[in-house]
Design a protein around this ligand. Structure first.
Ligand code: GUN
Length: 300
């Protein structure tokens, strides 16, 4: 079997189009423009790339983008004061503080200072609790993107065996909650899981989010299963020339694609969905803030 490729790049474009359509209607019918504030502390090169891309895509769907770039030695007090200001600003519907923060700043304290209703990352402890108890919340963007692709591919996920590899707060745990919410039978596997290959081979859905390059190979996959690869690992690619690199996932694409029924590639799979879902979350937060109906198909 050769797996169907789940094209995250194309899917993300359809999500952005949907968001843009809703934003245009919000403006026309209600005079409201959703706004996303992104806060970057320091000059981490990867974070700068992400933040630039977020700002660009925010503007492209018709939303307001507010970028706050702070010096690397910004004090916790100053950062918290900015968050307070953004919490109180009615033009700001979503707030994202780019992680990782410099070491002298307490990430949990900073994230939990964000108004949960504006927490478009879904990292605030209130949103974590709401998701865990099956209540309406802001949902972390990467797992939301994975869920959208799985729903699109399978229709109903009810009764399917899902194995999430990785137990991070950002991907693994919320992913498991979302799959449970869609009535999957969910296992979270991790570095200490016994017979992890056998555990994976029982899965109809494998979500790999461990951050170890090409760890999952085709012999871990049940024939016909769906493989969602969240990993983004940069590796040397001498075949492309001296000093060149390329991206690979947590799954060995070649061998997994021979066995799986469907698979997300890296790059071009989960990655593009994350920012698309950030825009979707900002729109959702804006609709909730204004007691307007939420867009369909853009939330969990
Ligand atoms: N850094 C890497 N990914 C993310 C993300 O999804 N949200 C935030 N806030 N920071 C990140």
């Amino acid at each position: 079997m050769t797996a169907q490729i789940i094209d995250g790049k194309a899917f993300a474009a359809t999500v952005r189009d949907k968001v843009a359509g809703h934003v245009a209607r919000l403006k026309e019918n209600h005079g409201i423009t959703p706004g996303l504030a992104v806060v970057l502390v320091g000059e981490d090169p990867a974070s700068q790339v992400y933040v630039r891309s977020k700002g660009k895509q925010t503007v492209e769907v018709g939303m307001n983008s507010f970028e706050h770039k702070l010096e690397i030695d910004t004090s916790e007090g100053d950062l918290l004061a900015l968050i307070e200001k953004l919490n109180a600003d009615p033009a700001v519907h979503g707030i994202l503080v780019q992680l990782p923060l410099p070491g002298h700043l307490d990430e949990d304290l900073v994230i939990n200072a964000i108004d949960p209703a504006k927490d478009v990352d879904g990292f605030h402890i209130s949103n974590v609790g709401l998701l865990g108890t099956g209540q309406k919340s802001m949902v972390p963007c990467t797992p939301l993107g994975c869920l959208m692709m799985l729903r699109d591919h399978h229709g109903s996920l009810s009764g399917l065996n899902a194995v999430v590899i990785g137990r991070s707060n950002i991907v693994g745990k919320p992913m498991a909650q979302l799959l449970l919410g869609d009535s999957c039978t969910v296992t979270i596997a991790h570095s200490r899981t016994k017979d992890i290959q056998e555990v994976c081979r029982r899965a109809d859905i494998v979500v790999a989010a461990v951050g170890r390059r090409e760890m999952v190979t085709g012999d871990w996959i049940k024939p016909g299963a769906t493989v969602i690869d969240v990993g983004i690992n940069r590796i040397d690619a001498p075949e492309k020339g001296e000093g060149k690199t390329r991206l690979v996932g947590d799954c060995d694409y070649g061998s997994c694609a021979e066995v799986a029924g469907a698979i997300t590639p890296v790059p071009g799979g989960v990655g593009p969905m994350t920012i698309a879902c950030l825009l979707a979350n900002t729109l959702t937060a804006c609709c909730r803030a204004n007691a307007l109906e939420e867009p369909e198909g853009l939330t969990a």
